[in-house]
Design a protein. Structure first.
Length: 738
């Protein structure tokens, strides 16, 4: 709304009256200030009335009334009502066209979309007076000109790209008629059918990341291979979608966030969607080849002449997110590589290069970490500088450490010894630094301990720590007491931990006491807050006040990259599938019950009271009480010490836990109604995303970490809009690609 300057009636008075009023102690100013306050309220209301004439500036409550003037029925999803009302006349003037159906789908669902008229894909005998010609889906380097071909019932089997697209959103091959009922999975190719393909995943950019060297490099004497993911996870690379600029054209490959095809043309995606930097210089596209990882060895030998001529040749497997460079000669160092790429994910959860709310810019002491001159080279050096400054200047209560890039920081000594005050460690907007704590010794007074985590030692219950936008490999270990620990938009990869019975756990956050110490000022509100994060198991002291988790994924079976085979074996066993071929022996040594998502420090111990909203929990939850659970999916058992307090609303609860907790519209999951996910493996694009065949009781409730996307509501709104804008006699169906 309009925000004009406030009125000050006293300043409108002649100077002679203001001077006389000042001599009397300014009683007139005090009186006119009261009148000015009421005048500004009236002015603000009048300005708002003018704003309410326009859909771009009106208040939210006015939108249904403006929509009623153009016969627009309001959407269920309030966040997209303004754009829907604003474009109503624009859409109606162009109704019935495929590009408009795509734009409506994008505006309502927030997903990339492509509209396909399936009757155009039917094969029939052509009329020589009305030839139906279509471009092939891919144009090769050897044949750059668009070549039209007749749409006949014979498939072009020599066109590898066309064969790859069969049955997808960009299929250009003719089909016979399908008279089955039109559903998202069958009955597509008929005269009345229009399909709207939707991409639920989004392409998330990462810039100037240090790739991780792959394991088993010695078996390839010709080259050294890396993974684009700094954690060593194998995952496909995604296209960077471009905005559509032509009003009357449908979406193409370059417009949607999809995995890059294995047979793709390098020029179409490099360097737009991914880029490799070597020794500070971008690798030219002529030195980049897309090839499956299985063919690298053969490919390199077949292209040995080019490899010898161009030692900077780079092979990329876009389906696995890996790359290979020529192995350096004896005595030479490995090349300094940096990669920029896009990976797929459902939403802005966990550490990522997206804009985060609540970004902090000022503090009593601001310290920067980066690779430029005048910046601290590691987070450990910045923490030691903050510690010395806080000790020497007690008045500086608030500290801020900003990490300015997405580099990987190997930290040999990363230790926080707290004092009274606040400390925020945050990544710069658009960056995702990767923190790797190496094995080091943390020490408090005379009590040392070894750890491979970010160590926090606090005996001052007035200290508060906030971590935002980081990827921490190994997790966090908290010793002692503090006022608050807040994790915002971060990812904590776990590391192994042995409990008192020598049972191995993979833990992302470990909170316990310091032996031999006692804090006389134990806090009454010591708490842990986790917001929009991806974390592994939590092992917490039972004397903490509370744990608050919101819009996050807590994965008790989340494992480091080197333990992926263990996770896969456990997942298969939990799904009652056949015995895994790889990693079974190792999985037998790992007790799934020990991998609870949230629990106390020892068997029989309960974690602090839990408040959880809009989250997904893989693994068991063992807490003292469930203060509030809202729109959360508990995929495994739930054990409460006190069941007579707290409540759960709009949640998926395991029926086998037999809870007496107060419930409101909750789903009790059993074998028939258990939640189904696209993937439960961290690093996969569909990680923690509800699958398309998930029971409707769960998917329609907008539960889980991605419930804020309101996918089901958006689908209902879109179907209602399509009834108005479809061509006469046609029917449409929503087909989710990802």
């Amino acid at each position: 709304m309009s925000q004009g300057p406030p009125l000050d009636l006293y300043e409108l008075l002649p100077a002679v009256h203001r001077a006389r009023d000042a001599e009397l102690g300014e009683p007139l100013r005090a009186f006119l200030q009261l009148i000015s306050a009421q005048t500004n309220l009236l002015k603000r209301d009048i300005d708002g009335l003018w704003d309410d004439f326009f859909v771009e500036t009106c208040a939210d409550w006015v939108l249904p009334y403006l929509g009623d003037l153009v016969a627009n029925s309001p959407l269920e999803e309030k966040r997209r009502r303004r754009a829907d009302v604003a474009k109503t006349i624009y859409f109606r003037r162009r109704k019935g066209r495929l590009p408009i159906l795509e734009e409506i789908a994008r505006d309502i669902t927030g997903c990339s979309a492509r509209a396909v008229a399936f009757f155009e894909l039917l094969g029939w005998n052509q009329n020589v007076n009305h030839l139906r010609l279509e471009q092939p889906p891919e144009i090769t380097d050897t044949d750059p000109d668009p070549v039209a071909f007749n749409r006949v019932a014979t498939a072009h089997i020599r066109n590898a790209a066309a064969m790859e697209e069969i049955g997808g959103a960009f299929d250009a091959t003719a089909h016979t008629i399908d008279v089955r009922k039109f559903t998202p999975r069958e009955g597509w190719y008929n005269l009345r059918n229009i399909g709207l393909f939707l991409w639920r995943l989004q392409a998330c950019p990462l810039r100037r990341i240090a790739p991780r060297r792959g394991e088993g490099c010695n078996q390839f004497p010709e080259f050294v291979w890396y993974t684009f993911n700094p954690l060593g996870i194998v995952a496909p690379l995604f296209n960077a979608p471009q905005p559509e600029t032509e009003e009357f054209s449908v979406s193409e490959h370059r417009h949607v966030p999809e995995p890059i095809p294995v047979v793709a043309n390098v020029k179409k995606y490099y360097p737009r969607a991914l880029r490799v930097t070597r020794a500070g210089k971008d690798v030219d596209e002529k030195l980049v080849r897309f090839a499956p990882m299985e063919t690298w060895k053969t490919f390199w030998k077949a292209d040995s002449a080019a490899a010898d001529q161009d030692p900077q040749l780079v092979l990329i497997d876009v389906s696995k997110g890996t790359l290979a460079v020529k192995r350096p000669e004896h005595g030479e160092e490995l090349p300094d590589l940096r990669v920029s790429f896009h990976h797929g994910f459902s939403s802005d959860v966990g550490g990522g290069a997206y804009r985060r709310p609540g970004f902090q810019t000022s503090a009593d002491l601001v310290i920067t970490v980066g690779k430029q001159r005048g910046q601290f080279r590691t987070l450990g050096m910045a923490l030691r500088h903050w510690q010395s400054q806080m000790d020497s200047t007690p008045k500086k209560k608030k500290g801020l450490i900003r990490i300015l890039d997405s580099a990987t920081y190997l930290e040999k000594d990363i230790f926080i010894r707290s004092r009274d005050g606040e400390l925020t460690i945050q990544a710069e907007q658009g960056e995702r630094p990767h923190i790797v704590p190496l094995a080091h010794e943390a020490k408090h007074d005379e009590f040392p301990w070894k750890t491979e985590r970010l160590a926090i030692c606090s005996c001052d219950s007035r200290f508060a720590l906030t971590i935002s936008g980081l990827l921490i490999e190994g997790g966090i270990e908290l010793r002692g007491h503090l006022r608050a620990l807040s994790l915002q938009h971060s990812t904590l990869m776990p590391s192994p931990w042995l409990d008192d019975k020598q049972v191995q756990h993979f833990i992302s956050l470990l909170a316990r006491d310091i032996p031999g110490t006692k804090d006389e000022r134990l806090p009454t509100d010591e708490s842990i807050e986790i917001n929009s994060c991806i974390v592994g198991g939590l092992r917490l002291r039972d004397d903490m006040d509370a744990v608050h988790i919101q819009n996050s994924i807590v994965d008790g079976l989340l494992l480091p990259a080197r333990e992926i085979t263990v996770k896969q074996a456990l997942a298969k066993r939990q799904a009652n599938s056949p015995k895994a071929e790889e990693g079974d022996q190792k999985a037998d040594q790992l007790d799934p019950k020990a991998q609870a998502a949230i629990a106390g420090l020892a068997e029989g111990k309960f974690a602090p009271p839990l408040r959880i909203e809009g989250s997904t929990v893989f693994g068991g939850v063992v807490v003292q009480e469930l203060t509030l659970a809202s729109q959360t999916i508990f995929a495994d058992h739930l054990e409460l010490k006190r069941q007579d307090v707290g409540c759960a609303r709009f949640c998926c609860l395991p029926e086998k836990s037999k809870l007496r907790l107060r419930r409101y519209r909750c789903v009790l999951s059993d074998d028939a109604t258990a939640p189904v996910f696209t993937s439960q493996q961290y690093g996969d694009p569909g990680y923690a995303q509800l699958a398309l065949d998930c029971p409707a009781e769960i998917s329609s409730g907008e539960m889980g970490a991605f419930g804020q996307l309101k996918t089901t509501q958006a689908a209902r709104d879109l179907r209602r809009r399509l009834e108005e804008y479809l061509p006469c006699g046609m029917q449409a169906e929503l087909i989710y690609v990802s």
